[in-house]
Design a protein around this ligand. Structure first.
Ligand code: NAD
Ligand code: DAU
Length: 360
């Protein structure tokens, strides 16, 4: 089995779905997962509810910085791999309160590495040789690009600009050092902006979809010309599966969607999709809700990924274009008001108490 930290979050939750669908698609045995998640405001067991109820996923609610809890999870489950998604990851929140980011992303990753290393040292033979620790990180560790700079590659120097990206850079360095110093079998992926189902509605794309549907302003930071590379979340999940299978130990792999788009173009695309799928009652286009607001302090201008390494070494490339991915995403949010309501109301915590207290 595999242990997934942060598996009740956006990417980790999508990964759990992808994992079981992939097992079925490739005719592989259904390998169970343990989700190790603190269930912060961003964690939602509803996201993986069907797998928890079916018993192929088990939820351990705990903090990765709690070494005893990590030890207690590793000992009985004996995973062949740890996939480390858990993090505080919203840049705006890191500006208002960086402490949680240092706690989870740096202290938490350190604690997890220490316990994982002790566990790995207790393994023998093929179990030890086959063990993997895959660390999920971000392209933000490389800093900001100008319009003419080449895209980030795995050798781009680190230059993180926000407390969030600095804390992720710190975690990346720890992972690298554990491989270099202890021979611990690590893999690191640095990806661009994910989007898709189960995206917490504080991030650009889900926020714009839900604000538009509510008839609220669509707040675009600064001049709206910042550029992000957009990666459909299921493409990212498949990349992680392939790096887990084929990645070289100690290496990092950049994962991108090959979709560099200005923020304002992302927002207008969403508006036009909604105009077609859910026209406003007053007949006005959703674009009339766009409102330029004060910029984010230290706002990185552009991110872009050079995917040469993962394409040539691993053979992975994204399946979705931005057009196909955003169509799926907008439709998913229109179809899943139940999930949206649980996230917004906080009722998912009640659901947790109701369904999982006795299974803890
Ligand atoms: P998310 O906030 O949706 O999910 C994070 C999960 O981690 C949540 O379920 C939360 O409850 C859990 N968690 C937080 N602190 C914890 C702790 N101390 N102990 C245990 N669990 C804890 O985040 P996401 O968007 O799914 O991101 C997952 C990973 O991918 C992060 O490491 C992030 O840095 C990285 N990443 C995300 C993006 C993106 O666009 N979302 C892009 C690049 C990299
Ligand atoms: O590049 C990968 C990173 O992408 C991840 O490491 C982070 O975890 C993830 O949160 C994301 O960071 P961003 O800051 O790029 O994502 P966000 O959705 O917050 O913002 C995307 C862009 O949209 C950014 O330029 C800021 C802008 N924005 C965002 C919000 C929430 C707005 O213009 N208005 C908004 O209301």
């Amino acid at each position: 089995m595999i242990l997934i930290t942060g598996g009740a979050g956006f990417i980790g939750g999508n990964f759990v779905h992808h994992w079981f669908e992939r097992c079925a698609r490739l005719g592989l045995p259904e390998e169970p997962v343990v989700v190790f998640d603190k269930l912060t405001y961003a964690g939602n067991p509803h996201t993986i509810g069907e797998h928890l109820q079916a018993g192929r996923a088990t939820l351990v609610q705990a903090d990765i910085a709690d070494r005893e809890a990590v030890r207690q999870a590793l000992a009985p489950h004996r995973p062949r791999a740890i996939l480390h998604f858990a993090a505080e990851r919203h840049v705006d929140r890191s500006i208002h309160g960086p402490g949680e980011f240092i706690h989870t992303n740096m202290v938490g990753t350190f604690s997890l590495l220490e316990e994982a290393r002790a566990y790995w040292n207790s393994l023998e033979g093929a179990d030890k040789d086959g063990f993997r620790f895959l660390h999920v990180s971000t392209d933000e560790v490389y800093g900001s690009l100008s319009d003419t700079d080449p895209a980030f590659s795995e050798t781009t120097p680190y230059a993180p600009n926000s407390p969030y990206s600095a804390s992720k850079a710190g975690s990346d360095h720890l992972v690298r050092a554990y491989h270099h110093t202890y021979g611990f079998p690590t893999l690191t992926t640095n990806c661009s902006n994910n989007y898709g189902p189960y995206h917490f509605p504080e991030k650009l794309i889900p926020l714009m979809i839900l604000n538009a549907l509510d008839g609220k302003p669509l707040p675009v930071y600064g001049d709206g010309l910042n550029i992000r590379d957009w990666l459909y979340v299921r493409d990212h999940c498949e990349a992680i599966c392939q790096v887990l299978e084929k990645g070289r130990l100690g290496e990092t792999y950049n994962v991108g969607g090959i979709n560099e788009i200005k923020n304002i173009d992302v927002v207008t695309t969403i508006c036009r999709k909604l105009d077609a799928l859910r026209p406003r009652a007053d007949g006005q286009p959703y674009e009339s809700l766009i409102t330029y607001v004060k910029d984010r302090p230290g706002h990185d201008r552009r991110y872009a990924i050079d995917p040469t390494k993962i394409q040539s070494e691993i053979g992975w490339k994204p399946a979705e274009t931005f057009e196909s991915g955003i169509n799926k995403t907008v439709q998913w949010f229109l179809d899943h008001t139940d999930w949206i309501d649980t996230v917004r109301s906080g009722a998912y915590r009640d659901w947790l108490d109701q369904n999982y207290a006795e299974r803890a």
